[in-house]
Design a protein around this ligand. Structure first.
Ligand code: AMP
Ligand code: MG
Length: 486
């Protein structure tokens, strides 16, 4: 028995979900099973790496103790509210409690239609399966709170997308799949009783400490605000663009979720977007902080009936909590970005140095990852070449480097180098590499996928044999748009 399920969501009231079993696929084949994650979670990896395991992870066999269901949720998509979303192509198999005592969901994605599928087929093309596997595991290796990839399975079937494409089933692990949109589901239906059940459930599962607070629901709001403020700062540190920050794609646990049209930037620009459907740049790189706060405002609105019986008072409480987002986010951002240039506990002058570097990078059309990574080389070897080479023309960066060197005169060199190398990855899941892995995968060759996944497991450690993964795309390899997983 690979999983020892211990389900709690399935025991919540009926309004929370619809029971539904996965639909069979024709010819399942394991692409990758994440043994180390399985072991970390106390899941029997050897047991999963079997015909029975494959049958379970493809949706062809129901695991013992599984109580499969599709979760109900609503959401603001690109600013417009959709009351009726829910798991249209995902099925929660159940929950497991890891060696660390943390409860996690085991969910299949692309395992067939559910009562929430609307006109969708409930399936996933293989490309999005491979993309989510690579990017979510890269994020985990980079230290970012995220859902994880337990397995990717080829189904042997095809789906209609841009033509016929091979399809797959992805196994996602999350501290929970509860989203801001889950709260919106009940708020939109004025179902205050179930809203309270949900809030109590989230507190017990994710924030048990707030049970001691005078107003646990206000404390819950503050905790979610704090985790999201920090999470988004972490994305920005790494040049990550989520791409589809709808309220149904924002967890209350503070884990990154939904690797659809996401991307790591190559060339830096704050207005950068990749998502083919984000025409107005709502979810552009530099807009992620404000959008996070906008989403959290929608979350706070759902909690109003729980915050106080007097709605005016409830609004005042929510507003002051939401105001804190800006400071929390800015201070996380300042410490993460100043660390990238080797400075700890940065003051205003240090932050100005960061901002002028970013402006110089935008002007110089520089590679976000390589500029920061090679700053350590400047400090280490004294040579500017690797950094200045990243800029269209060197004048501006040369004078920035001069100012930076002056600032670094009185810092401990080894400590600074260490801080910079811990803050600036050398290997990120670059879009052209992901596309290469998907293209090969669609033709049945998973070697590029495995190689890329392997390199991304140690993103901060430079290795000579992986040097080809450092480099930005050649002009003809640049990926301009990424697509939702649908
Ligand atoms: P997402 O773009 O992943 O945030 O999904 C938005 C909504 O569309 C969610 O309710 C999904 O369950 C639903 N959805 C996306 N793709 C499909 C599909 N192939 N079949 C059914 N529902 C889908
Ligand atoms: Mg989603």
């Amino acid at each position: 028995m690979p999983f020892t399920f211990d389900n709690t969501y399935a025991r919540l009231p009926d309004a929370f979900f619809k029971r539904v079993a996965p639909t069979r696929v024709s010819a399942p084949a394991m692409i990758r099973l994440n043994h180390s994650l399985a072991t970390e979670l106390g899941i029997d990896a050897a047991g999963l790496d079997s015909l029975e395991g494959l049958a379970i992870l493809s949706g062809n066999q129901q695991a013992n103790g599984s109580d499969p269901l599709a979760m109900a949720y609503s959401g603001h998509q690109f600013g417009g509210f959709s009351p009726q979303l829910g798991d249209g192509r995902a099925i929660l198999l159940g929950e497991v409690v890891g060696n660390d005592g943390i409860r996690r969901d085991i969910q299949l994605k692309g395992s067939g239609p559910t009562p929430f599928s609307r006109r969708g087929d409930g399936r996933s093309a293989l490309g999005p399966v491979l993309r989510e596997y690579l990017v979510s595991e890269a994020m985990a290796a980079l230290g970012v709170p995220t859902t994880r990839a337990l397995a990717a399975v080829a189904s042997g079937d095809h789906v209609v997308r841009e033509g016929m494409m091979p399809s797959g089933v992805f196994t996602r692990v999350a501290q929970s799949h509860i989203r801001i949109g889950t709260f919106q589901w009940f708020a939109a239906r004025h179902d205050d009783d179930n809203l309270r059940v949900l809030a109590d459930y989230v507190i017990a599962r994710h924030y048990p400490a707030v049970q001691q607070e005078e107003n646990p629901y206000l404390a819950l709001l503050n905790q979610v605000i704090e985790r999201q403020a920090r999470l988004i700062a972490h994305w920005i540190q790494l040049g990550f663009i989520h791409g589809v920050m709808n309220t149904d794609n924002m967890t209350v646990s503070g884990e990154t979720i939904d690797y659809g049209p996401c991307a790591f930037m190559d060339t830096y620009h704050p207005a950068k977007t990749f998502s083919s459907i984000d025409r107005d740049g709502r979810y552009a790189f530099g807009n992620q902080g404000p959008i996070g706060q906008w989403n959290l405002t929608r979350f706070a609105e759902t909690l109003l009936p729980l915050l106080h019986t007097d709605q005016k008072k409830a609004i005042t409480m929510a507003e002051s909590s939401l105001d804190a987002f800006t400071d929390l986010h800015q201070s996380a951002l300042h410490s993460r970005l100043t660390a990238k240039i080797g400075l700890e506990g940065g003051d205003t002058d240090d932050w100005n140095l960061v901002e002028s570097l970013l402006q110089t990078m935008a002007n110089g059309e520089s590679d976000f990852t390589l500029v920061f990574r090679h700053l350590a080389t400047v400090l280490d070897t004294g040579s500017d070449d690797e950094v200045t080479r990243q800029f269209n023309q060197p004048t501006e960066i040369v004078s920035w480097l001069k100012a930076w060197r002056t600032r670094l005169q009185d810092v401990d060199r080894d400590r600074t180098l260490d801080l910079m190398r811990r803050s600036n990855p050398i290997y990120i899941p670059r879009n052209h590499r992901i596309e290469e892995a998907i293209k090969a995968g669609n033709e049945g060759d998973f070697e590029p996928f495995h190689r890329l996944n392997h390199v991304l497991q140690q993103p901060f450690t430079e290795r000579a044999e992986s040097s080809e993964y450092e480099v930005p795309p050649a002009p003809d390899e640049v990926v301009h748009a990424t697509f939702c997983g649908t």
